[in-house]
Design a protein around this ligand. Sequence first.
Ligand code: XMP
Length: 516
Amino acid sequence: PVLVVDFGAQYAQLIARRVREARVYSEIVPHTWTTEQMLAKRPSAIILSGGPASVYAAGAPFVDPALFEAGVPVLGICYGFQAMAKALGGEVAQTGAREYGGTQVEVCRAGALLHGSPEHQTTWMSHGDAVHAAPEGFEVLATSAGSPVAAFEHTERRLYGVQWHPEVKHSPLGQDALENFLYSGAGLAPDWTADNVIADQVAAIRAQVGDARVICGLSGGVDSSVAAALVQRAVGEQLTCVFVDHGLLREGEAEQVEQDFVAATGVQLKVVDAREQFLDALAGVSDPETKRKIIGREFIRVFEAAAREVVEEAGEHGEEVKFLVQGTLYPDVVESGGGEGAANIKSHHNVGGLPDDLQFQLVEPLRTLFKDEVRAVGLELGVPEEIVWRQPFPGPGLGIRIVGDVTAERLETLRKADAIARAELTKAGLDREIWQCPVVLLADVRSVGVQGDGRTYGHPIVLRPVSSEDAMTADWTRLPYDVLSIISTRITNEVADVNRVVLDVTSKPPGTIEWE
Ligand code: XMP
């Protein structure tokens, strides 16, 4: 792999993504790793990321000069560039003159790294210190007002560096520089493709599982569906998927999983109708956290019972279910500690809180992938497009989109309103523009309306369309008024008890995406 050494900013994930966009496999490792640990991974190239420290700060992470003697191609970025310059005997000065944001650099010599670059390019910078003299034998490729040396290279030693951040979109030619490094600098081929991922994962799953029995909780979302399809490809009949219909689903969802997904993948599916059980457990509860806890708890109960049934149904040859499939993605792994060592990984996060004393071993075939890669793998595996491109939907479902108690009637009301909003957004071609659009029923609020010839005293429906890259932050989506108008008219006409539709125009923060 290409190792991206994380010096502690948020850029390492982005660099790893960009490398993969160039179809080269990459992994993130912490800067605390020794040179031996890094070399033990047999890296095809190493990228040193940016970071918040100054190379002058006490305890600032430094780069072991031995790393540059191993013959592995290295690219230093921002902090990584300065640490590299320092380790190799160049001069890094604390000028106090910061460069931040869009910055013009002058390319004095394109070399291999900036091959194809115009004489001037706009780059994204964020640094205080600057490289004043390149290490011996290095060619200076670019300069900027605040950085006498803004890029350098030593082609024989295959060592390269840039002061700016090529991984951010504000450096428009950044991807070109990264690809120059990967393809010509490091001599790598763009062969990290969905087929290769599938072949590797299928082999890995077979090796892990052997001939044991496996189950997978299917939610109908992208991650669990693609994980299930991969495991199905690997071990076929040994896998049983369990789909829990908790009654908090949107219109058509249960059918989509039961029909489309099974038809496309041939997976063995067990559908558990637990609608009554969930409704009973939620009766009279309006506190959001209590609702979430109840839904999580009931989910586990149903799931464990289903796992026991799977074994019983297998008859006398039935052996215990040993493995549980989880759709954990790479960002979850990275965010919880870098991916090495099982210590504090949020393994249970997709199923809404499995107990710690879980009797299953986990199979996590997506744990090296980003969301867009999961989608590519899903399409390649033949998972239906409607599932692959689905917007996120929370595990607790419509249960946390009813402000107030959850009842069968209220769920029915919300389901109808939600179906109308979704259908109209799809019709207007807005699905990929919106991250997701929760539709919320304010069951504890009433307002006066006039419908037909009479007074009504009904409930409002809230539309919460948001745009986001990762759901950590979000902005409200500026939907066309015409589309909003159609949705509003249809909901108030077609859904009994609703006499008002309102639009949520709050970003996150301060509002979360879901109302509860
Ligand atoms: P918030 O409301 O925290 O939501 O801004 C961020 C993203 O997470 C989804 N979400 C959940 N997903 N189980 C899930 O699987 C949950 O309990 C849950 N709560 C929120 C939400 O839809 C949004 O995409």
